[in-house]
Design a protein around this ligand. Structure first.
Ligand code: HEC
Length: 176
């Protein structure tokens, strides 16, 4: 058997093993960056959405954040909302990077950023989900979603911001 040595005096097999280990390490690095990158996304996100009329702006969510309500919101967000489920633009994790997001200016709201969304009152979110945000990609869901469903969506959207905090602080989210 002929053992071929390369310039570093290694056998061919050793060189191949080194290459494979390098490749696996690179894949791990890409995976880690992929997972953690959203945490460094612009937060707070610039926000120029029109303010809702006062009678809506001052509304408070009448529903309690029970598991049932949050899960109803999740179902609507991910699949059931017509004409288009929210995840298509806002992303399944609420990071604002859904499959339709890249074509939209301004970009969809990132619900994972508590600094953006926590200061926005329930009534404002309710108004925009009902009426859309004119001149942007955010459609009106009037006639498609009942008020209760809109409030359930708002409970879920607020939960998404807490998930980001949980990721950063390492506290597992027990409920979802
Ligand atoms: C076709 C894309 C698209 C879909 C589908 C979509 N949105 Fe949006 N959404 C946007 C964009 C774009 C904005 C940013 C609007 C702006 O900056 O005024 C936005 C903004 C919002 C806001 C921010 C309101 C504010 O005052 O900051 C809320 C809340 C929201 N969307 C909820 C939803 C919910 C809930 C659904 C599903 C029922 C949904 N969106 C579906 C594109 C979309």
């Amino acid at each position: 058997m002929v053992i071929v040595m390369n310039t570093y005096g290694e056998t061919e097999m050793k060189t191949q093993a080194r290459f494979k280990i390098g490749l696996v390490a690179l894949c791990f690095l890409v995976m880690i960056v992929w997972t953690v990158a959203p945490l460094w996304a612009a937060c707070p996100q610039p926000r120029n959405t029109q303010k809702a009329p006062n009678e809506f702006y001052n509304m408070v969510n009448p529903l309690k954040p029970t598991i049932e309500n949050i899960l109803e919101g999740k179902g609507l967000f991910e699949e059931k909302a017509k004409p288009l489920a929210c995840k298509n633009c806002h992303g399944i994790n609420g990071d604002g990077k859904g499959i339709m997001a890249s074509g939209l200016t301004p970009p969809p709201r990132e619900f994972t950023c508590a600094k953006t969304i926590d200061g926005v009152p329930d009534g404002q979110l309710f108004w925009i989900i009902k009426n859309g945000s004119p001149g942007t990609g955010m459609p009106s869901f009037r006639g498609h979603l009942e008020d209760t469903q809109v409030w359930q969506l708002i409970l879920y959207v607020r939960k998404l911001a807490q998930t980001r905090i949980a990721l950063i602080t390492g506290i597992a989210n027990q409920n979802l």
